[in-house]
Design a protein around this ligand. Sequence first.
Ligand SMILES: Cc1ncc(COP(=O)(O)O)c(C=O)c1O
Length: 323
Amino acid sequence: MQFLNEITDSIGNTPLVKLGRIGSNLRHKLFGKCEFMNPGGSVKDRIASYMVSKAEQDGRLRKGGTIVEATAGNTGIGLAMVAALKGYRLIVVLTSKVGQEKVQLLKTLGADVRVVPGGKLYQDPEHFISQAREIAKAEGACLIDQFNNTSNVKAHYEGTGPEIWSQTGGEIDALVAGVGTGGTITGVGRFIRERRPAVKLVLADPVGSLLTSFTKGTSATGAPYLVEGIGSDFIPGNLDISLISTAIAIPDQESIRVAHKLLKQESLFVGSSSGCIVAAALRYCEELEGEGKTVVAILPDGGRGYMSTIYNEAWLTEKGIVL
Ligand SMILES: Cc1ncc(COP(=O)(O)O)c(C=O)c1O
């Protein structure tokens, strides 16, 4: 017989797919790392089980305990899988920006979902991360804190990084990723840099996020944007910004257009952050000198969580997005 002991054992070992159609005019080779193929549908499955195991080892989480986390949805889905398997209660704190599908899925998975207003500054006690901290205190619960929890980076250093290294045969020239917590770009980036110091780490950032100006050392003011899960108005604890080679800011319209192109041309049904990351990767490849270089773009989550938003005509019209 061939089987896994539990579904979370299927996390990782996601395919690397050549983006040969959307990138057909490029002089370089562009690939997508299909993180949406994890069992919970996103890259965040990888960190959920790592962070829960660490909290158990540290004695912060005990049998029958409660987990609290602030998330753009995907970490909540990964945690809900782990919590169900291990018998924990889960409270997830989301902002109202998160699409209804993710809220519905989290509720169906048994999470206690608390939706709070979005658009608050990090220093504001109403910011969703501060609210999660308060809820954890009030409930005597374990705050997972993906923004600062070092097991987040470790999951990528031990999992995603080695996978990309072996799938590219160590020939990778650039990695393009978004930053929500910074776990992916820091963990994968560190692993690859240690083996190939010349590799470029490219941060794909929605216009409106402040991470581009933090990277470039310029000043800017933040603004709301539509892409979910990436971008920030503060530097998350898990982002080692010194590793970043360059940041590319992408307007929402371009991110959403590229997400639709990925579906139509590559049959890759992905979320808005994948659109932003591949848009940045395409721009980066156009500027990159020489030819035949290998560029890997992370595809963090799938399109099903966005049927009421970027794949909904009425929503696109309301937001003024022209495909
Ligand atoms: C949809 C989506 N894409 C990308 C990311 C960013 O990944 P990371 O938190 O590892 O920086 C996140 C998480 O915050 C996300 O939810």
